[in-house]
Design a protein around this ligand. Structure first.
Ligand code: RB5
Length: 142
């Protein structure tokens, strides 16, 4: 499985740790984020990740910024993206089980790295439930 990851300056540290954790678990990770703490504009990175997920060069995406909201709002402008913001483990589970989020968004300034890593692992391993949730997803597109 290939995972794209993107971040702004607020997400650099967690991005680096997540790349190591995911690589050690056998995932191929493609980095679309900035690699320094110099201030940048999150949409520049969100669009790159969204295009990669929509185009199929990666299977899923993870995005990090300070609150997660800038990334989530930008990613969800793309019709092929369902980006879900998760700040605890149960929300990370439900954003896959119910919303089948193809991009997980994390608020790097508001959760510990330990929690971020746990949310990522939960979201990756949780199956989508389908059924009524698929019907609701089918109604999302404009
Ligand atoms: C950057 O300071 C911050 O605005 C950004 O990381 C994010 O929180 C935006 O939604």
């Amino acid at each position: 499985m290939k995972i794209g990851i993107c971040n702004d300056h607020a997400g650099v540290e967690y991005k680096e740790k997540l790349v190591k954790m995911l690589s050690a678990r056998g995932f191929e990770v493609v980095n679309f984020g900035t690699d320094t703490t110099d201030s940048v504009d999150y949409p520049d990175y969100a669009h790159k990740l969204a295009e990669a997920v929509e185009g199929g060069s990666v299977d899923l995406g993870i995005a990090l910024c300070g609150t997660g909201n800038g990334m989530a709002i930008t990613l969800n402008k793309h019709q092929g993206i369902r980006a879900g913001l998760a700040w605890d483990i149960e929300i990370g589970r439900l954003v896959k089980a119910h919303n089948n989020a193809n991009v997980l968004v994390l608020p790097a300034r508001f959760i510990s790295y330990r929690k971020a890593a746990h949310i990522v692992q939960t979201w990756l391993s949780e199956p989508f439930e389908g059924g009524r949730h698929q019907r609701r997803i089918d109604k999302m597109a404009l």
